[in-house]
Design a protein around this ligand. Structure first.
Ligand SMILES: N[C@@H](CCC(=O)N[C@@H](CS)C(=O)NCC(=O)O)C(=O)O
Length: 210
C-alpha cells in the first residue's frame, strides 16, 4: 500500500495524478498546511524539509525497508521506475523527460510559487506582483516553444514531465496568470486536463482541504 501525505496543493496534485495514471492502490493522508501541520514533529520526522508531498511505500513485508520519499519530482521518478511507465528506460526521450523535470524544479515551480506567495500577502505590492508574473510568463514562454514542436513537453508521448508541469500550470488563474498568449500551452493544458486520471486526481486532492 502506498500512502501520500498531501494537501490541496500543486506539488501534491502531481503525485495523485501519477498514481491515478499508473492505476496504483494508494491512500491520501491529509496534512493541513493552513493549520501548520507540516511543521509538527511527527511530520518533520518524515520530511525534515516540512513540505508535502511525502510518499511512503510500505511494500516490504518487514516494514524495515519502507521507503519514505519527499520531493515531488523524485516521487514521480520513483513511481515511473516502479511500474515501468511514463518514463522511457533509456535514450532520447528519457533525457528529455529529465531535462523538463530539472527545468520544472529549478525554473517553472519556483516562478509559480513566488507569484503565489506574493499574491498571498495581505496587501501585495504591485511591483512585486508584476515582477513575479513576468517570470511566470517567461517560463510559460519556454513551455510554449517546446509544445510548438511536440505534443507533450518531452516529446511524442505523455510522461511524468507533463504531470510535473501540469501540477503548477493548473494553478495559473489563482496567481493571476493567463494562458491566452500561449496557444500551444493552452492546447496541451486542455488535453491533459481532460484525462480521466487527471480529473479524478484533482477531485481527490481538492477534497483534502474540505
Ligand atoms: N520541492 C518540493 C516543494 C514542496 C512544497 O513547496 N510544498 C508546499 C505545498 S505545494 C508546502 O508543503 N508548503 C508548506 C510550507 O512551505 O510550509 C517538491 O517539489 O515537493
Amino acid at each position: 500500500m502506498l500512502e501520500v501525505f498531501a494537501f490541496a496543493t500543486p506539488n501534491s496534485l502531481k503525485v495523485s495524478i501519477a498514481l491515478e495514471e499508473l492505476g496504483l492502490d494508494y491512500r491520501l493522508v491529509p496534512v493541513n498546511l493552513r493549520q501548520g501541520e507540516q511543521k509538527s514533529e511527527a511530520f518533520r520526522a518524515l520530511n525534515p524539509n516540512a513540505k508535502v508531498p511525502v510518499l511512503i511505500d510500505r511494500s516490504s513485508e518487514s516494514g524495515v525497508d519502507d521507503l519514505v520519499l519527499g520531493e515531488s519530482a523524485a516521487i514521480l521518478v520513483y513511481l515511473a521506475e516502479k511500474t515501468g511507465q511514463l518514463l522511457a528506460k533509456d535514450g532520447i526521450h528519457r533525457g528529455k523527460v529529465f531535462e523538463q523535470l530539472f527545468f520544472h524544479a529549478s525554473g517553472l515551480s519556483p516562478a509559480f510559487l513566488q507569484a503565489f506567495l506574493v499574491n498571498l500577502q495581505s496587501s501585495p505590492q504591485a511591483e512585486a506582483q508584476a515582477r513575479a508574473l513576468s517570470e511566470v510568463d517567461r517560463v510559460l514562454g519556454v513551455l510554449e516553444h517546446n509544445l510548438e514542436q511536440r505534443p507533450y513537453v518531452a516529446g511524442e508521448t505523455y510522461s511524468i514531465a507533463d504531470i510535473a508541469h501540469f501540477g503548477w500550470v493548473w494553478r495559473h488563474q489563482a496567481i493571476g496568470a493567463s494562458l491566452a498568449k500561449f496557444p500551444f500551452v493552452t492546447r496541451w493544458y486542455e488535453d491533459v486536463s481532460e484525462r480521466p486520471a487527471v480529473v479524478t486526481a484533482i477531485n481527490k486532492t481538492l477534497a483534502l482541504a474540505q
